[in-house]
Design a binder for this molecule. Sequence first.
Ligand SMILES: C[S@@+](CC[C@H](N)C(=O)[O-])C[C@H]1O[C@@H](n2cnc3c(N)ncnc32)[C@H](O)[C@@H]1O
Length: 268
Amino acid sequence: VADHSAERLERDLVRRVHVARRDDALVVLEGFHPLKHALRFGAEVQLVLTCDTAQLGELTRAHGADLLDEIARRTTEISRRAFKQLGPYEPHTGVISVARRREHDGEQLLREHGAGPLVLLEDPRHRGNLGAVIRVAAAADAAGVLVTGEQDPWNPVVVRGSAGLHYALPVARLNVLPSGERPLIAFDPAGEHWQPERMDPDALLAFGAERAGLSQELLARAHQRVRLPMRAGVSSLNLATSVAAALYGLRLTHEATRRAGPAGRLAE
Ligand SMILES: C[S@@+](CC[C@H](N)C(=O)[O-])C[C@H]1O[C@@H](n2cnc3c(N)ncnc32)[C@H](O)[C@@H]1O
């Protein structure tokens, strides 16, 4: 009887994960780092399943000791057989969780000022790139990431790419192209030389799709079209690396300007 009820419990847990995959209000976090960041940045985590409690404990001690009690308290161990049924991807860290997505209004984000640059991705195609952009935008302390096009920014593959840092900053879809709420800077390999020291710290930084680049419509709306310098012969940077270069270029420039103070001399 005990065996049957354990099996039934596992079946219910597997079903909850499958239901979560189809629910637009929820997200399936595949692996340890997405879970760690989700908890650190206050996500509502509803379910944590592992097929190896000892390994999860070691990972938590090594990479998220601040969360030891919280993860241990929330975790349910299931058999390896049931774990394999949770979805198409089996994380090597042996943990899959379910959390509530954190929704934001893209148009509202455009209207909020003072929190730093916003990143706009126009119709990105590669989910790994989209996740990597969210991760670097969180690290560089950007105000948020807006996404146009078909990709669901909360797809589990994207959340894997961001290591769960969706919860560290607003990530939202934008259904219409922006119209003047903030200075719009188009990053384009054919633009003019970028001078980050001249840029509004609250600017909207737009990046194009991996193959097609930015649309003519977006380029026509841009206040400026700028290029990250590249060695002769190189056509373009990868989408996520160009976002990283732009955000850190901007951040380091503003930090250096602040250190230099009003006299324009570096204080350190
Ligand atoms: C892989 S690139 C697209 C290449 C596309 N064939 C083009 O010419 O735009 C993806 C995006 O990364 C950004 N990007 C890549 N290299 C860049 C550079 N050197 N300067 C500015 N933006 C760049 C742009 O926003 C571009 O739309």
